[in-house]
Design a protein around this ligand. Sequence first.
Ligand code: GLA
Length: 392
Amino acid sequence: MGNLQSIADAYRKKYNSEPLIVRSPGRVNLIGEHTDYNLGSVLPGAIDKYIYFAVGTRTDDDINIDAADYSDQFTASLTKLEPAWKLWPNYILGVISEFQKAGKYLSGMNIVFGGDIPLSAGMSSSAAISSATAFALNKVFNSGYSKVELARIAVAAEHNYLGVKCGIMDQYVNLFGKESHLVRLDCRTEQHEYIPFNAGNIRIVLFDSGVRHNLVKLTAAFNALRTQCQTGLELVKKHVPDVAALPDITESMLMQFVKPVDELAYKRCLYIVQEENRLKSICADLKKEDFVSVGQRMFENHYGLRDLYEVSCNECDFLVDTARQTHGVLGSRMMGAGFGGCTINLVYSDMIEDVIDKLKTAYKSNFNKDLKVYMASIGNGTEVVTAESLVQ
Ligand code: GLA
């Protein structure tokens, strides 16, 4: 796994020059799952796991990319940019293409990147790569984009080069993350408020089910969910024309106008409407530092994702149910797009070891798999790291 030093060294060794290096974080999401593309709210935080992205310009049109962690390379040209036949380069090429479409000046470039964000675990390693690319190109070529514009560019890259119709949560928190704060983002207005998260005696622990989604299947499922939500919205709009998005809708509207026509759309939309309300309540709980209530709502979220949105998996359900019966855990739920990945858990600091032991043992005996565990602290969004920070 790459770190700042190894990525900087690899770049210098290969290109014999000093790159610009940005450090781009993964993220957790306390609540507000699948609400972003429904123009609801989310409550993520950037975490202390990173992609390091080193870039320098070239005098020709070549694009050379080294994925240090995969010991893999990809080359492309600015003059004939198109989606790559393999996956990972597209998170970078897609961003370059958006800069090109906007008519921004670019030259060829050399890129080396790598880091320690676990892949496909629901911590947004891919958004960290595309956001890092957007942030770094904006610096190197003085493109003049604001951070929210960079987030939109990274989202467009994912839509156009990967075909995943994701929302803006991951890219936004990647760029706006702030140490010890969660980002309460309204995805309709694209404005945020920072919510302090410095629970002294509580830590965020991630349990990794080890179940990994297949991107093709995930993309199809993700895009289908989006369509089902849109169907529900359109059905309500026929009767209540002034609703613009699902957060404007009530459970009784869904019951009246969607349930009789489309049961699946009803379930999806019901989850979103309930999730919006949970998010508001959690923000109030956090202001009061009522973590017991925060935890309860996390469990409720999980059951909504499992039963109504139907994006969980057996392993994540097991992890949440076991956590619920474990002394020291306040809340637990699956995190991210779903179909595998991690659960996010709030755990009392002085009981962390007992909790981890219990979950590991139960997971092993039930699935015969080793449970990976990550501690996550809330850190800053993407930033330039200087040569001085290399020697610290
Ligand atoms: C993925 C997407 C996000 C969001 C989450 C689910 O991480 O990239 O936009 O929709 O799933 O909350």
